[in-house]
Ligand binder design. Structure first.
Ligand code: ADP
Ligand code: TRP
Length: 320
């Protein structure tokens, strides 16, 4: 089954991104035909300057490769390296009623957050539809906030298919309800915009400092601690199997250790989990030319599929 997803590159990734998006994606490539791209045309809508967009795009490529995106299994590219998508975006615009876009939540949310209300931001869902429809995709793994964009993609595809023939496959959103919302150091949803994130790739000392900032209750050392509802426990549990969780619960109840011990333990769990990714990341950062080659290989593969599809689309609608 062909599965496609776009990654918004917007800075440092955190533990919430890792468990909520990256790890599930890496697992998908084992038994699906995975297409993944870094959505830098989309990021342009909120980008401040050229250097930052360039840097974020490359950082995302390095980070995803380090976490385990395997370019031999997954077609992995940068959106702007397959610009055929922009031609389809224009064509699909004809099949996009204004009212459809006017109903988009994400546009209103982004404008409310202070992102300038440009045409690009408004027509963002049409580009996303083009991303998906260009590749005859069946499933699109996304967060709940993106489900409306998938509905719009289907609406646009149906309108095209009705008027010009069944050219586009109707994709379905793949929302993983099992992935819990990962809490940040204050217990709220971890998010880079809330200042409560634990970044994925930190040095060991700053990582320990960050873990030390997790808010906990003030039970004195020597008394049993409550693991239920403890943010440190909830974060640590992400890294543990059932047995590991039971052991940690027993340590909380024993009264022999304080929150400081558990913060150290959490740091070790994070550090261990990312050991291999850290090594790969150090390698890729030293060999950015290899990263560029991998992206070029992905763009070539995606570009060939895009060319074949666009030839059919042009023919169907009467472009000479
Ligand atoms: P942020 O909230 O930090 O800006 P993004 O919105 O860029 O994060 O999220 C990128 C991906 O990571 C999305 O697929 C989103 O569902 C996932 N994600 C982000 N934060 C969390 C979290 N706290 N728990 C689970 N998944 C998350
Ligand atoms: N809009 C998505 C987000 O903000 C990113 C994205 C762009 C995407 N194009 C896509 C996701 C195509 C899935 C499929 O996260």
């Amino acid at each position: 089954m062909r599965v496609l997803t776009g990654i918004q590159a917007s800075g440092k990734l955190h533990i919430g991104n890792y468990f909520g998006a990256m790890k599930p994606m890496v697992q998908l490539q084992e038994d699906h035909e995975l297409f993944t791209f870094i959505a830098n045309y989309h990021s342009l809508t909120s980008s401040k300057d050229a250097q930052t967009l360039r840097q974020y795009t490359l950082d995302a490529a390095v980070d995803y490769l380090s976490i385990g995106i395997d370019p031999n299994k997954t077609t992995f590219w940068v959106q702007s390296h397959v610009p055929q998508v922009l031609e389809l975006y224009w064509i699909l615009s004809k099949f996009t009623p204004m009212g459809l876009l006017e109903r988009a939540h994400s546009y209103k949310d982004k404008v409310a957050k202070g992102i300038p209300a440009s045409h690009a931001l408004f027509s963002y869902p049409v580009l996303m539809a083009a991303d998906i429809l260009l590749f005859d995709v069946e499933k699109v793994p996304v967060g709940k906030d993106q489900v409306q964009h998938l509905e719009m993609t289907r609406d646009i595809a149906i309108k095209f298919n009705n008027e010009y023939g069944e050219l586009f496959k109707l994709p379905e959103a793949m929302v993983n309800d099992e992935v819990a919302t990962i809490p940040g150091i204050d217990g709220q949803k971890m998010s880079k915009s809330y200042g409560n994130a634990i970044d994925l790739f930190m040095d060991e000392k700053p990582l320990q400092k960050r873990c030390n900032k997790i808010i906990s209750s003030s039970t004195p050392l020597g008394e049993p601690l409550e693991w239920e509802g403890c943010h440190i426990y909830n974060l640590a549990a992400l890294f543990l199997d059932e047995e590991g969780k039971k052991e940690l619960q027993a340590r909380y109840k024993s009264g022999k250790e304080g929150y400081g011990h558990f913060k150290k333990y959490l740091k070790e769990l994070i550090w261990e989990e990312l050991a291999e990714a850290r090594e790969k990341r150090a390698y890729y950062l030293e060999h950015l030319d290899e990263v560029q080659d991998i992206l070029a290989m992905g763009a070539k593969r995606a570009g060939e599929i895009a060319d074949a599809k666009m030839a059919k689309v042009r023919e169907a609608i009467g472009l000479l």
